[in-house]
Ligand binder design. Structure first.
Ligand SMILES: CC(C)(COP(=O)(O)OP(=O)(O)OC[C@H]1O[C@@H](n2cnc3c(N)ncnc32)[C@H](O)[C@@H]1OP(=O)(O)O)[C@@H](O)C(=O)NCCC(=O)NCCS
Length: 144
C-alpha cells in the first residue's frame, strides 16, 4: 500500500543521509527545514518511508512570481525507477497550487535532469558547480 503524507523535518534525515550524502561531507540538515512555510513529504510503502522531498519558500533570482524551492529529493536505492519520485512531485505540486504558488524550482543534479524533465521541469540558465556534489542546473516548473 502506497501513502503520501506530510512528515516532520527529522523524518527526512535518515534518507537524506543515506541517499544524498553518501560519501559527501555536507550537512543533511538544511537551513529553512523548520521554517513555518516549509513542508516535507514522505512516500510510504506498507508504512515504510522510501522517498522524501522538501519544499521551502525561496526565490530564485532568475524567476518571477510566487515560488517555492524543491529540495532534498531522494528515493531509497532499491526503490528508485519505480515512479515514486514522480508521485511525490505530483503531490507536492498540488499542495503548492493550493498555496497559490505560480512555480516551483530546484537545483537539479545533472544525473537527475531527465527525472525532473519527465515531471515537467525546464532548465533555465547555465550549468553550475556545487562544491562536493557536482554540476547542477536550475530547473523550474510552472504550476497551472
Ligand atoms: C532522482 C530520484 C529522486 C528519482 O526518484 P525515483 O523514485 O527513482 O524516480 P521515478 O521512478 O519516479 O522516475 C523515473 C525517472 O527518473 C529517472 N531516474 C530513475 N532512476 C534514477 C536514478 N537512479 N538516478 C537518476 N535518475 C533516475 C529516469 O529518468 C526515470 O525515467 P524512466 O522511468 O523513463 O527511465 C532518485 O532516483 C534518487 O533518489 N536519486 C539519487 C539522489 C538524487 O540524485 N536526487 C536528486 C537530487 S537533485
Amino acid at each position: 500500500m502506497i501513502d503520501i503524507k506530510i512528515i516532520k523535518a527529522e523524518e527526512t534525515y535518515a534518507i537524506r543521509k543515506e541517499v544524498l550524502r553518501k560519501n559527501i561531507e555536507l550537512p543533511f540538515i538544511f537551513k529553512g527545514d523548520l521554517d513555518k512555510d516549509t513542508f516535507h513529504l514522505g512516500i510510504l510503502l506498507d508504512h515504510k518511508l522510501i522517498g522524501i522531498v522538501s519544499f521551502m519558500k525561496s526565490v530564485c533570482k532568475d524567476l518571477k512570481g510566487n515560488q517555492y524551492q524543491l529540495r532534498g529529493m531522494a528515493t531509497l536505492d532499491q526503490f528508485q525507477g519505480k515512479g515514486y519520485g514522480q508521485q511525490l512531485i505530483k503531490f507536492g505540486s498540488e499542495v503548492l497550487k493550493e498555496k497559490q504558488m505560480g512555480l516551483v524550482w530546484c537545483n537539479a543534479r545533472v544525473v537527475a535532469v531527465n527525472f525532473y524533465k519527465k515531471a515537467g521541469f525546464k532548465i533555465i540558465g547555465k550549468e553550475f558547480y556545487i562544491p562536493k556534489i557536482g554540476d547542477h542546473f536550475v530547473m523550474f516548473k510552472k504550476l497551472g
